[in-house]
Design a protein around this ligand. Structure first.
Ligand SMILES: Nc1nc2c(c(=O)[nH]1)N[C@@H](CN(C=O)c1ccc(C(=O)N[C@@H](CCC(=O)O)C(=O)O)cc1)CN2
Ligand code: GAR
Length: 264
């Protein structure tokens, strides 16, 4: 079944820090699956909402009586994350999938600086509030710092975000912002080193291996403390796209695991 004229919505921050809803009308045929798939998806969504409400209410009341039960996963308070992205959002999707139905992590916001980026479609499908970042507000002022603090964000995850996080945001969330880089830092990092540019440089240098680096974010590009590096072989016959595919497998395998480990 497909429908026409899907309304695409995202949020923007007003100057007073409020949220306003924007509609990006998309005219075109959007497949939402068969009636059965749609019905199944609705049932699953309602069940996860029911699970969330019942279990969270129950665990909150129990923890209120015995706070030391907090250490048991079932009673642990849910952690909030915000995901920043600029592109397709495949890493964001893997993180969302990883925590689906667990009741441990809530993706409270998705923030993106590129109108029309695929990450907005993911946010729409997953019913996650999506915010289009306004450049001036992001680099001058505390609008986004306040939004994320008021949302009680426990971890900010940069998943293919292509702007430098400003110092005020880094300082507001010390050791609570992480990034995934598609290479083995410190090589192939810094300004200009993102996406395909990284893999092109690795192939041009005839490297025998590449990989991923997940690291804390400081005020400079790619200089924060490393958290994890995983490697893949680069063959002499590999193109940058071949390397990108191998690296993406590592990203999708490890990023959700590291997010979970840091929040536990
Ligand atoms: N304060 C920090 N902010 C960000 C970091 C970081 O380590 N500290 N990591 C980046 C992600 N990243 C590499 O992992 C990265 C992303 C983008 C660039 C870059 O050169 N960007 C261009 C702009 C590109 C665009 O707008 O399309 C630029 O700055 O000129 C380098 C590294 C996320 N933020
Ligand atoms: N230097 C930052 C950088 O290059 N990040 C890279 O952007 C891609 C985002 O893909 P996605 O939108 O499909 O998650 C990922 O490969 C990530 O490592």
């Amino acid at each position: 079944m497909s429908v026409k004229c899907q309304q695409k919505t995202y949020l923007t921050l007003t100057n007073t820090g409020g949220l306003s809803v924007k509609c990006r009308r998309r005219v075109g045929r959007v497949s939402v699956g068969s009636r059965w798939e749609v019905g199944e998806r609705v049932v699953k969504e309602w069940l996860s909402i029911y699970y969330y409400i019942v279990v969270r209410w129950f665990s909150a009341s129990i923890v209120g009586i015995h706070p030391n039960l907090q250490s048991f996963p079932i009673f642990a308070a849910m952690k909030n994350i915000a995901i920043f992205a600029s592109g397709a959002g495949s890493n964001a999707q893997k993180i969302i999938d990883h925590f689906r139905g667990k009741g441990t992590v809530n993706v409270k916001y998705i923030l993106c600086n590129k109108p029309g980026a695929g990450i907005f479609d993911i946010a729409e499908r997953e019913n996650i509030p999506a915010i289009l970042i306004e450049k001036e507000q992001f680099f001058r002022g505390d609008t986004y710092v306040k939004l994320l603090q008021e949302a009680n964000i426990d971890l900010i995850v940069l998943a293919g975000f292509l702007w430098k996080v400003p110092t005020n945001l880094v300082q507001a969330f010390p050791n609570k912002i992480i990034n995934i880089h598609p290479a083995l830092l410190p090589k192939y990092g810094g300004k200009g080193m993102y996406g395909h540019f990284v893999h092109e440089a690795v192939v041009a240098a005839q490297e025998k291996e590449s990989g991923i680096t997940i690291h804390y974010v400081n005020e400079h590009y790619d200089e924060g403390a490393p958290i994890l590096q995983e490697r893949c072989e680069v063959l002499s016959t590999d193109s940058p796209t071949d390397v990108a595919k191998k690296v993406q497998v590592l990203e999708h395998q490890w990023f959700p695991v590291i997010v979970e480990r840091l929040l536990s």
